[in-house]
Design a protein around this ligand. Structure first.
Ligand code: DQA
Length: 153
């Protein structure tokens, strides 16, 4: 069974209370419940992890090797600063989709730079909590394509 890791970075534990005008009123627990529901619909397994600490996120990416087939990563502000997270994704060699609730390209200049984007299959941003199910579906399509290509080879 395909297994996905939903990995959320700093301050995302405060969703629902944090700048609702930007991030909405949905809590992280609600988003994770939806992800579990969507995983069931897709016939996939899902694990949800959140941390405010860069090293813990890196450990979670390393631990995903051999356990998960795809990662959905909302790295929060580490998106714009963390070469270490980017390197962790490259090292783990697991397909990753970059996710943001807000449209980072329509906000402050410093949010337009993403280290994560360099190692992502693609980016979904600006759709609020609905971005998570979108990313999960996109990952399932991507993984199916990879597996088709492997069979053809
Ligand atoms: C965010 C966008 C980041 O710029 C910000 O630092 C966050 C949340 C988003 O989901 O829109 O913490 O990743």
């Amino acid at each position: 069974m395909t297994s996905l890791l939903i990995l959320n970075g700093p301050n995302l534990n405060l969703l629902g209370q944090r700048q609702p005008e930007v991030y909405g009123h949905t809590t992280l627990a609600e988003i994770e419940d939806t992800c579990r529901q969507v995983a069931e619909d897709l016939g996939a397994r899902v694990d949800c992890v959140q941390s405010n600490h860069e090293g813990v996120l890196i450990d979670a990416i390393h631990a995903a090797r051999g356990l998960h087939d795809g990662i959905i990563l909302n790295a929060g502000a580490y998106t714009h600063t963390s070469i270490a997270l980017m390197d962790a994704i490259s090292s783990a060699e697991i397909p990753m989709i970059e996710l943001h609730l807000s449209n980072i390209h329509a906000r402050e200049e410093f949010r337009r730079k993403s280290y994560i984007a360099r190692v992502a299959v693609g980016q979904i941003c600006g759709f609020g909590p609905e971005g998570y199910p979108l990313a999960m579906r996109a990952m399932m399509v991507h993984l199916a394509k990879i597996s088709e290509n492997q069979h053809d080879a």
